[in-house]
Design a protein around this ligand. Sequence first.
Ligand code: NAD
Length: 307
Amino acid sequence: MVHIVVADPIHPDGIERLRAAPGVTLDHPATANGASLVDRLKNADGLIVRGTPVDEALLAKAERLRVVCRHGVGYDLVDVPALTRRGIALMITPEANAASVAEHALMLMLNLARNVVPVSAAVRRGEWRVRGQSSTFELGGRKVLVVGFGRIGTRVARLCSAFGTQVMVHDPYLPAGTIRGAGYEAIKDRDAGLAQADIVTLHVPANESTRGMVNAAFLAHMKPGAVLVNTARGTLVDEAALEAALRSGHLGAAGLDVLRVEPMVQGLSMLELDNLVVTPHVAASTAEGLRRMAWDSAGNVIDFLAG
Ligand code: NAD
């Protein structure tokens, strides 16, 4: 028998998959009866986490633990060296939410292009005259720079192409031939790409080399009036520099699904801005994305423990 602990609520189909697996005993939030997660991990062979950080303190009693699966893609809340020291494997659900996040990036682009949030707010206030005041643009014919051409970036590029947007891709870790082979312009010099793009969309992992990459210099290279979309991680962006660029009008607008500090800090001054749209880290959380992340997390842990 193997014992699997699910730390956070996940889609019921994932729980059913675990329950139905032969030789598995299961502990999930609905059955935890107030016990601390540290104690629940005493007999665990496998762990599934969604938002719970995995660190030394959590692993204190987890002597049998062999695998942790993060429900999602980013594992910035997981202390990987702590797992490595204990010989515990880390898994993710790489494909499960890529389509949802890519659609969210397009949704933000369309919202910003059509000024949807401020215009809708004006209509709710009874201000139909906003109709003559809002300046908007089509995605078709515009240039987008996709930064990071992995699972999500490739999908965003495809969706943008379907709108007739001219797609440029910057990903220094991929051969230019891979990008060109997919039908897009490969941009080696990122700053040159920034200078041409009407829309810049971020799809890179959060790590030491990408932390704060969208700083004042990055923003200054962007074309005046251009739009920034970030559905990757909040730590990529220097929010003070972003706010300054939005306030000065150098940047036309920004759409963020992620913030540097989550949950957000109350009183964040950039949230006053009409040219900023923020969603609360929900790009992956569609019905389909949540189901696939739960289903794949369960399958990963069952398969790993079955050898
Ligand atoms: P991926 O690993 O498939 O692709 C990342 C790509 O970025 C790789 O091709 C890599 O070569 C490239 N890259 C790395 N550093 C780069 C740099 N400095 N400049 C340009 N390219 C660089 O990742 P993915 O699954 O596509 O995820 C992309 C991002 O989306 C991650 O930050 C992930 O955490 C985030 N994400 C967010 C949500 C959400 O709910 N908002 C959900 C899933 C993933």
